[in-house]
Ligand binder design. Structure first.
Ligand code: HEM
Length: 434
C-alpha cells in the first residue's frame, strides 16, 4: 500500500519473466523456480500466499549470512506492520507468558539464556541413550503394516514415529500420547488453513503441558534418577542459579514438539521418496547396510536433507535496522525469509547440486539452519532419520512406490516441504520379533 514503511512495489514489473511461486506445480517441484531466482533475483521482494510481502533470499552465501545476522530479529513485534499497529510498543525484552515466547520467536539475551538451559537438558548423550527406544518404535510401526504388503508411509510410519519419539523423550505418559497424535495431526493438516481447529489443538496442548509440568515439578526428586525424562531435566536445569519458569518450560516443551514433529515426518517422507526414485543410490545404501557399515547411512541422511529437506524456508526474520543482503537494500521492519531449499542447491557452493549423491563429502548444507538458532534437535532428527530409513530398506527389501510420482501431492505450506501421502507396496513380511 502507498506509504507502507517497507520494500519496493509488491507487483512485479510488466512482462516479468519470474516463475510463478506457490502454485501446485511449484509445490511438486520448486527447484527450477529457485534456480531462476538464484540466477536472476537472488534477494527478491515477493508476495506470499497469505498476502504478506517478504524478501526471499535464495543464494547459499547470502542465506548463510542472513541466518547469522543479528540485525535480523526473530521477534514478530519487529515486523513493520505489526510495529506500526502497536506503535512499536512491547518490543525489547518483553516476556509474555505464553507458548509462543519460544526459541524461534526471541532474540538474545532471552534466547541465549533459554538456549543454554535447553542444551543442558537435551544433550547428545540423552539422544544417544534413546537409540534403542527409537529402534523399537520404528519396528513396532512397521509391524503394524508389514503383513499387509502395502501402506501409506506418511500416515502409517513417518507421521506417528516422531510424535511418539518426542512424547517418550519428554516424558508424556504413553496413555496420553494418542491425544498428542491427534492434536499434532490437526496442526499438520490445517497448518495454513482453518485456524479454529488448530487454535483449539494448541490450546489443549498448552493446558496439558502446563498441567504435566506442574505435576512433574511437584514430584521432582532431589537427585536426578537414571533415565529421567526431558521435562524433568528441563525443570531441573539451571544456569548461574536461574531456572526455567513453569511457563517457559511449557513453551520449551511445546517448541520441541512443534519443531521436532513435522520436520522429521518430512525427513522420513521426502527421504524415502528420494530413495525409491533413485534406484542406484538406494542399491548403494542397501549394499552398505548389508555389509554392516553406517558411514553411507550417515552421509546419506545429510544428503537427503540437502537434496530435498523438510524445511523449505527458514522461519521468519525481521530487519531491526536498514541492512544489505547480496547487494539489496532491506528496510527496517521488512520480513526476510531464507530459502534453505534454494541455498542447498546453489551451484556456487555444491558440485552437481541437483544430483543425489549419498556419499557426498563437502556437504555443509543449511537444512538445520545456521547461527544461534541452529536446530536444537539435529541429533534426534539424525537418529530418527537414520533408524527409519535403514529399517525400512532392511525389513522391506522390495519396497516400491505404488503411485505415479506425478500423481503424488505435496503440502502447499510455506515453511515446510513434504508429501501428503506416500503409497508403497512390498512382499508381506512377519513381525520383527515373536
Ligand atoms: C530450529 C530444521 C528436527 C527442535 C531449526 C531450524 C531449522 C530446523 C532449519 C532453524 C530455523 C531458523 O533459523 O529459522 C530441522 C529439521 C529437522 C528438525 C530439518 C528434522 C529433520 C528437530 C527436532 C527437534 C527440533 C527433532 C526437537 C525435538 C528445534 C528447535 C529449534 C529448531 C527447538 C529452535 C532453535 C533456536 O531457535 O535456538 N530446526 N529441525 N528440530 N529446531 Fe529443528
Amino acid at each position: 500500500p502507498a506509504g507502507a514503511p517497507s520494500g519496493p512495489p509488491a507487483e512485479p514489473p510488466a512482462g516479468d519473466p519470474a516463475p510463478d511461486l506457490f502454485t501446485w506445480e511449484f509445490a511438486a517441484d520448486p527447484y527450477p523456480a529457485y534456480a531462476w531466482l538464484r540466477e536472476h533475483a537472488p534477494v527478491r521482494w515477493t508476495k506470499l500466499p497469505s498476502g504478506v510481502d517478504a524478501w526471499l533470499v535464495t543464494r547459499y552465501a547470502d542465506a548463510k549470512q542472513a541466518l547469522a545476522d543479528q540485525r535480523l530479529s526473530k521477534n514478530p513485534a519487529h515486523h513493520a506492520e505489526t510495529a506500526q499497529a502497536k506503535g512499536k510498543t512491547g518490543i525489547p525484552g518483553e516476556r509474555k507468558a505464553d507458548l509462543m515466547t519460544h526459541l524461534l520467536n526471541i532474540d538474545p539475551p532471552d534466547h541465549t539464556r533459554l538456549r543454554r538451559l535447553v542444551s543442558k537438558a537435551f544433550t547428545p548423550r540423552r539422544v544417544a541413550e534413546f537409540a534403542g527406544r527409537v529402534q523399537e518404535l520404528t519396528d513396532d510401526l512397521i509391524d503394524r503394516f508389514a503383513e499387509k504388503g502395502s501402506a501409506d508411509l506418511i500416515h502409517e510410519f513417518a507421521f506417528p514415529l516422531p510424535i511418539y519419539a518426542i512424547c517418550d523423550l519428554l516424558g508424556v505418559p504413553r496413555e496420553d500420547q494418542d491425544d498428542f497424535r491427534d492434536w499434532a495431526g490437526m496442526m499438520i493438516r490445517h497448518g495454513g488453513g482453518p485456524r479454529g481447529g488448530v487454535a483449539r489443538s494448541v490450546k489443549k496442548m498448552r493446558g496439558y503441558l502446563a498441567d504435566l509440568i506442574h505435576r512433574k515439578r511437584q514430584a521432582l526428586p532431589a537427585e536426578p534418577a537414571p533415565g529421567e525424562d526431558l521435562i524433568s531435566a528441563l525443570i531441573r536445569a539451571s544456569d548461574h542459579g536461574e531456572h526455567l519458569t513453569e511457563n517457559e518450560a511449557a513453551a520449551m516443551a511445546f517448541i520441541l514438539l512443534f519443531a521436532g514433529f513435522e520436520t522429521t515426518v518430512n525427513l522420513i517422507g521426502n527421504g524415502t521418496y528420494a530413495l525409491l526414485t533413485h534406484p542406484g543410490e538406494r542399491r548403494r545404501l542397501e549394499l552398505s547396510l548389508a555389509a554392516g557399515e553406517t558411514g553411507l547411512l550417515q552421509t546419506g541422511v545429510e544428503e537427503l536433507l540437502r537434496y530435498d529437506g523438510p524445511v523449505e524456508l527458514a522461519t521468519w526474520r525481521y530487519a531491526t535496522e536498514p541492512l544489505t543482503i547480496g547487494g539489496q537494500d532491506i528496510a527496517a521492519g521488512d520480513p526476510v525469509l531464507v530459502v534453505l531449499a534454494a541455498a542447498d542447491r546453489d551451484p556456487e557452493r555444491f558440485a552437481d547440486p541437483d544430483l543425489l549423491d549419498l556419499g557426498r563429502r563437502d556437504n555443509q548444507h543449511l537444512g538445520y539452519g545456521h547461527g544461534i538458532h541452529y536446530c536444537v534437535g539435529a541429533p534426534l532428527a539424525r537418529l530418527e532419520g537414520q533408524t527409519a530409513l535403514a529399517t525400512l530398506l532392511t525389513r522391506l527389501p522390495d519396497l516400491a512406490l505404488a503411485a505415479d510420482p506425478a500423481e503424488l501431492r505435496w503440502r502447499g505450506g510455506l515453511i515446510m516441504r513434504g508429501l501428503r501421502t506416500l503409497p508403497v507396496e512390498f512382499t508381506p513380511v512377519g513381525p520383527s520379533r515373536e
